[in-house]
Design a protein. Sequence first.
Length: 277
Amino acid sequence: MSVIETIIDIPAEHEKNVCGQFDGYLKKIERTLHVTIVARDGAIKLIGPELMIRRAKSVFNNLVELSKRGNAITEQNVDYALSLCFTESDDAILEIDKEKNIFRQTHLSGHGRRENDAEHAWHMAVMAYLLQEYSNEPVDVARVMLMCLLHDVVEIDAGDTYAYDADGLKTQKAREDAAKQRIYSLLPDDQKRGLMAVFDEFEADETAEAHFAHAMDNLQPLLLNNSNGGSDWADHDVTAKQVYGRQSRTEKGSAYLYKLTDTILQANIKKGALKEK
């Protein structure tokens, strides 16, 4: 994370109360948040990672407000303000939990319930690590795994768009672009920029990492569907032509895995689980 500096003003009449005897409260905030604090002439300079700077500012704002109300600041007040600053970031951390409530059209193996987005993303990430040797090109597997984990987070707002839903696909990009802006904006600016860049790289599908991540995105539901006798294709009246069209991205990421895909599809066509037209 990038290191930034910022200055906050502390009214002179509240400085001693907020900083504590011998700057004891400042030192505690420094140790807890891993920031550098320089107090001078009614101003406090904060130096550290952006997220921690935001938390430190929150702590000082709370302590100044307490002091303005006539309270003598105690160590207990400082501890409480520190605990609050961590709680305030929970919204961003917990937001992704909502992905577990977005259900896909694919069912879990063994004819289980419908899979949710979080399970799909996790499964893809593990597959990327295990199958990395089959990528057409050498890849940064950690970046591929991050793409897998992030690629459907936008569906928290946008909802799942079924791969073969022609009408849904027409509005998918607009819905997901709006979701991307809201969801990633919950993060500190440096994290927002970094993770949005990973998401955009996946969507553009121009790098070796994006090609392989898309191969995982295609292969994972195909393996589940195959394990369930092709029932998801049958339920949605999907044809082999449609599936092969989608699997073209698999070949860009892994020619070897595309051959596996072809073998699976041909077997399902032969047994009547997937109709040709």
